[in-house]
Write a protein that binds this ligand. Structure first.
Ligand SMILES: [Zn+2]
Length: 199
């Protein structure tokens, strides 16, 4: 069997490392990129380069943005007495879509024994410092309603208990085991509206 060009193999291998892309799909994508107009393929490469150079984690809330502090942290009209703690930067966009006007803190993951993710792997110390130094009336621990998300929220609640801020969780209307990135906007709106005290 003839060996394939090394550069094609390299591309297939790199695509294969992306989440949800198996070897067959990686191969299909690679050959697709070789078949389309060269300009189109180059624009994809340029888009990856551009986004990786421009977008960074906000040094305050850790969401992804082209400016630092991010557009939310820099916005004087946001309600700085209300913080929504989320696992992932993708979730910020969901809450923005439904008109949330407070600020965020992105944990960059959640605690997981299976995946070996410990408190020090997340932005927990920065969260505690922000709450300590800020004037938050409410901190909503909006981690996902699954086992690891609940566990992370409980652990944070213990650490934030003495902060003086009211600790809440999204309403139970959010289906257990669901993910915030995937529920409909109306369910998410209801979940924010119906926040419940945690302790
Ligand atoms: Zn920010």
């Amino acid at each position: 069997m003839a060996t394939r060009d090394r550069t094609i193999e390299n591309l297939i291998e790199r695509l294969n490392r992306l989440p949800g892309i198996g070897p067959k799909t990686a191969e299909r994508l690679a050959f697709h990129l070789l078949r389309v107009d060269q300009q189109e393929a180059m624009e994809l490469a340029a888009a990856i380069e551009e986004v990786r150079k421009a977008v960074k984690n906000c040094s305050v809330c850790f969401q992804l943005d082209a400016s630092n502090p991010c557009s939310v942290c820099a916005d004087e009209t946001r309600d700085r007495s209300m913080m929504l703690v989320v696992e992932d930067p993708r979730e910020v966009a969901r809450f923005e879509d439904i008109g949330y006007r407070g600020v965020y803190h992105v944990l960059q993951g959640r605690l997981s024994q299976v995946e070996g993710i410990r408190p020090e792997d997340l932005t927990i110390s920065q969260l505690l410092q922000r709450v300590d130094e800020g004037e938050f009336v409410e901190v909503c621990l909006a981690t996902n309603p699954d086992l690891e998300g609940e566990g992370t929220a409980m652990m944070l609640a213990e650490k934030l208990q003495k902060s003086g801020a009211r600790l809440t969780r999204l309403a139970r209307g959010l289906p257990a085991g669901s993910s915030i990135a995937q529920v409909s906007s109306s369910i998410l709106s209801d979940a924010v509206e119906g926040r419940r005290p945690l302790l």
